[in-house]
Design a protein around this ligand. Structure first.
Ligand code: UDP
Ligand code: MG
Length: 318
């Protein structure tokens, strides 16, 4: 199979029929063998009914319905689990991403050898103040922090070599940072393609102001997860042990110094009167805290994936 199109959707009933027939036309014109995987992320409108009907008309469509809203990341992750195409295309369900871009993206992966090609909504058709400007600032920051030179990291329209999506785990809110995850999984050939973007035709955006809080926090966690999550204990634990050792060494030094003083008959201040004593004590206490943080981090990182794992309710093949 040439292409798997993965479409996460949450309350997009009006857009789906148009999207399905447009994608089909593009695939047929280019003689691609394909599947469209529509993941209903717990919609409470008629989206699932629409998906089921579309599947009856076109057997290349596969539908999956989540029991509740798990978020776009979980929906993508679920799609990635079952894709069969050599090239995987993700696109939003709301017709803002243009299916005519699929052949170009496909060729960049298949012929030019990119592992991942990210769309760049150069002429973005979204509100300037709430979407475009924050996005520019966000992308600038992410470029600096990750060293991945993309203008539009979070563009919903992307193409991947199949191996890439099979070797990353997208949970929580990580869909915003898939190129970062891919790079850390060892896929360095990341490209960018200017894509057309349209205004939302039906329905409303599913990402409100809460993303201004979630976005930066996720960036921190993505930085952290990619580097340390396998062993957070190694980072905080080592830091903690170092601080405890420094504190301990200082305390021993103070003790030895006191003994030497006493031996020479110098009766100075009490040990607890020395400021160094408190610095040593503080270092040990903070060290113990770091060590504990590392230990908790280890526990959390081991259960995070399971906790966020989606649950499928129905599929169209049932
Ligand atoms: N989406 C989803 N689960 C969610 C929120 C959004 O599957 O919890 C889907 C949504 O239906 C759309 C895509 O993710 O297909 C992008 O969402 P949206 O268009 O609302 O984001 P925007 O374009 O406004 O950034
Ligand atoms: Mg949209």
């Amino acid at each position: 199979m040439d292409i798997s199109v993965v479409v996460p959707l949450f309350n997009e009933e009006e857009s789906l029929p148009e999207l399905a027939s447009w994608v089909k036309n593009v695939m047929d014109e280019n003689r691609f063998s394909y599947e469209i995987i529509m993941i209903d992320d717990g919609s409470n409108d008629n989206s699932w009914k629409v998906v089921q009907n579309l599947q009856k008309e076109n057997s290349n469509i596969k539908g999956i319905k989540f029991r509740r809203n798990y978020g776009k990341s979980a929906a993508l992750f679920c799609g990635f689990d079952i894709v069969q195409g050599d090239v995987v295309i993700t696109m939003d369900a709301d017709l803002q991403d243009n299916p005519d871009e699929i052949p170009g993206l496909f060729r960049m992966v298949k012929e030019d050898g990119y592992d991942l090609v990210s769309g760049w909504k150069k002429k973005r058709k979204d509100p300037v103040l709430t979407k475009n400007l924050p996005s520019k600032f966000y992308n600038w920051t992410v470029r600096r922090m990750t060293g991945i030179k993309l203008h539009d990291m979070n563009c919903g329209l992307k193409a991947y070599r199949k191996n890439v999506v099979k070797s990353i785990e997208v949970y929580g809110e990580m869909h915003r940072y898939i190129p970062v995850l891919a790079k850390w999984a060892g896929y360095n050939n990341i490209g960018e393609k200017v894509v057309q973007h349209s205004e939302r035709k039906y329905g409303v955006t599913k990402f409100g102001v809460e993303r201004f809080i979630r976005g930066p926090l996720d960036l921190l966690s993505v930085m952290f997860i990619s580097r340390f999550v396998k062993r957070p204990m190694h980072f905080f634990g080592v830091l903690g042990i170092l601080m405890i050792m420094v504190g301990l060494a200082a305390a021993i030094w103070l003790g030895v110094e006191k003994i030497i003083q006493l031996k020479h008959g110098i009766v100075g201040n009490l040990l607890t009167n020395s400021p160094y004593f408190y610095i040593a004590l503080t270092a040990m206490i903070i060290g113990a805290q770091f060590f504990l943080a590392g230990f908790l981090g280890e526990l959390v990182s081991r259960s995070a994936t399971d906790r966020n794992k989606y649950q499928v309710d129905q599929t169209t093949s049932e």
